[in-house]
Design a protein around this ligand. Structure first.
Ligand SMILES: [Cu+2]
Length: 121
C-alpha cells in the first residue's frame, strides 16, 4: 500500500523545493514536474497526463487574477494568488481520469474553468 504523501509548498521557487529535497536526502528522480498557467478562464495545459506511482509536482502560476486548484480525488485545494507561483506535490497513487477546477471565484467564466488529470496505469 503506497503511502499517500501530499506536500503543499506555498509561494516558494522550484529551486528552493529542489534544495529542500536534496537536504532531506530525497531523490528527485521520478518527479514529474508540470508547469501550469492559470488565467481567465483556463488552465494551460488543461489536460495533464502522468503515470500511476509518479510523484507529481505542479508548478502553478496565476497570471491575471487570484485562482485556485481544487482536485478532490487527491485532497488538493490550493489557492494561487495573482502574480505568484505555487508548487503542489502529490503521489498519483490511483489510475483514472479526474477533474479539477478553479477554486477561487475569478469572474463570469469561473465555473467553466476546469481541467482534467489522467493517471495512466
Ligand atoms: Cu476561477
Amino acid at each position: 500500500m503506497m503511502l499517500m504523501a501530499l506536500t503543499i509548498l506555498s509561494a516558494v521557487s522550484a529551486r528552493t523545493v529542489a534544495q529542500a529535497a536534496e537536504d532531506s536526502g530525497t531523490s528527485l528522480r521520478g518527479i514529474h514536474e508540470i508547469q501550469v498557467t492559470l488565467r481567465k478562464y483556463e488552465f494551460s495545459p488543461g489536460l495533464l497526463r502522468v503515470r500511476k506511482g509518479e510523484r507529481v509536482k505542479l508548478v502553478m502560476a496565476a497570471a491575471d487574477h487570484d485562482h485556485g486548484l481544487k482536485l478532490d480525488d487527491f485532497d488538493i485545494n490550493q489557492k494561487i494568488p495573482k502574480g505568484t507561483t505555487v508548487v503542489v506535490e502529490f503521489i498519483a497513487d490511483k489510475a483514472g481520469t479526474f477533474q479539477f477546477r478553479c477554486s477561487s471565484v475569478c469572474g463570469l467564466g469561473h465555473r467553466n474553468m476546469k481541467g482534467t488529470l489522467v493517471v495512466e496505469d
